[in-house]
Design a protein around this ligand. Structure first.
Ligand code: DQA
Length: 138
């Protein structure tokens, strides 16, 4: 299968910021672990802090991937632009969060993208990405 893993705003700081919440591994290390897990699949990785760039990455994925695994970071909670980009393509998107957003601040409980995603996985740290990828194989 062909997967595109997209990480949004502030996820480039993974391993440095709030390590009690997001763990001590950098995004590069997490991505290396994902690549090793899905060794028989094609995995591409993209990270941007910029909302419009994330929308462009989603648009460009059309026709190229079997699935997108998206951790939009805080954009999850208010980006109608990312929501519309997901709705505009036919590639299924799984929404991912490393932390259990339901155990945290109230504002994190709302996602404006869940309604246009195939499913949501949260709370399993870096393994949330792997669980999301595996969901395409069931
Ligand atoms: C996050 C949860 C979001 O609420 C937060 O803004 C993030 C990371 C997660 O992976 O748990 O940046 O998406």
């Amino acid at each position: 299968m062909k997967f595109l893993f997209i990480n949004g705003v502030n996820l480039n700081l993974t391993g440095k910021r709030e390590t009690d919440v997001y763990g001590a591994q950098s995004l590069d290390l997490i991505n290396a672990g994902i690549k090793a897990h899905f060794k028989n699949d094609k995995c591409d990785f993209y990270q941007s802090n910029i909302e419009g760039e994330i929308c462009t990455a989603i648009q460009l994925a059309e026709g190229k991937y079997d699935g997108i695994i998206l951790n939009a970071g805080a954009y999850t909670h208010y980006s109608y632009a990312i929501r519309d980009a997901i709705a505009a393509i036919t590639v299924p998107v799984v929404e991912v969060h490393m932390s259990n957003v339901h155990m945290r601040e109230e504002f994190r409980r709302k996602s404006v993208i869940s309604e246009v995603c195939r499913g949501v996985i949260c709370g399993f740290g870096k393994n949330s990405y792997i669980l999301a990828g595996e969901s395409f194989k069931l």
